[in-house]
Ligand binder design. Structure first.
Ligand code: PEP
Length: 254
């Protein structure tokens, strides 16, 4: 039985004061989600990780994640953040290969692969983002594009390591646009990703890996998406910036 994961990607938002307020409100409203097989993850900007970390204590099922990581351990890499630095801030998750990083910061399948391997070496859980652009979907290339991203991200990894990752399917055309993939569109891509995972590992590993949906998920559309058999939660941008909305997503079936 896979856990449901609701992860908030705060992107480049939140002063430290506001981050602390948001994280406290989320922690206060979660209730006992872990006994319901649920996990909530907050991914603030690097600058707010240490402000947010204390809010986790006492909140069962709530974890801290980063929005990016670098694949080297230390050294002359100005502006980069290592796995050990993230761990020292209290992180246990890390988003890798978000489409905004691929688009604006030159992230490639090769760098995603190195970052995934480094995260696992350090026992951070990578949330690996994949997804096609509108142009790729309209030219019937969505499945091939996503397959290439999944293969690239997991290249050279053992099935034991593949079993430790989380995948987030985020169609680029649905991110921050208010357009959500329909449950049918999302489910068919999630099932396809699971098939690719089975090919790279085996059926039991592919059944164990959580596959999240991301792209304008909100309290109104969450239930229909998460009720699909291969959708195991969400990676949420805009709606994770309001505690009330984020909590509604976590408690999507209440
Ligand atoms: C995201 O950036 O990962 C995302 C899904 O954003 P939004 O929910 O705002 O579409």
């Amino acid at each position: 039985m896979r856990k449901i994961i609701i992860a908030g990607n705060w992107k480049m938002n939140m002063s430290n004061d506001n981050a602390l307020k948001l994280s406290k409100a989320v922690a206060a409203g979660l209730g006992d989600i872990s006994s319901r097989g649920r996990i909530a993850v907050m991914c603030p900007p690097f600058t707010a990780l240490t402000s947010v970390a204390p809010s986790l204590s006492g909140a069962k099922g709530l974890y801290l994640g980063a929005q990016n990581i670098f694949y080297e351990d230390k050294g002359a890499y100005t502006g980069e953040i290592s796995a050990d630095m993230l761990i020292s801030c209290g992180c246990t998750f890390c988003i890798i290969g978000h489409s905004e990083r691929r688009k604006y910061f030159g992230e490639t399948d090769e760098t995603v692969n190195k970052k995934v391997k480094k995260s696992l070496e350090k026992s951070l859980t990578p949330i690996i983002c994949v997804g096609e652009t509108l142009e790729e979907r309209e030219s019937s290339r969505a499945f091939n594009v996503v397959k290439k991203q999944v293969m690239g991200a997991l290249n050279g990894m053992s099935k034991e390591d593949i079993a430790k990752v989380v995948i987030a399917y985020e169609p680029v055309w649905a991110i921050g646009t208010g357009k959500t993939a329909s449950p049918e569109q999302a489910q068919s891509m999630h099932a396809y990703i699971r098939e690719q995972l089975a090919g790279l590992s085996d059926a039991s590993v592919s059944q164990a890996v959580p596959i999240l949906y991301g792209g304008s998920m909100n309290p109104a559309n969450v239930k229909a998406l998460i009720e699909c058999p291969d959708i195991d939660g969400g990676l949420i941008g805009g709606a994770s910036l309001k505690a009330e909305d984020f909590l509604k997503l976590v408690h999507f079936d209440d």
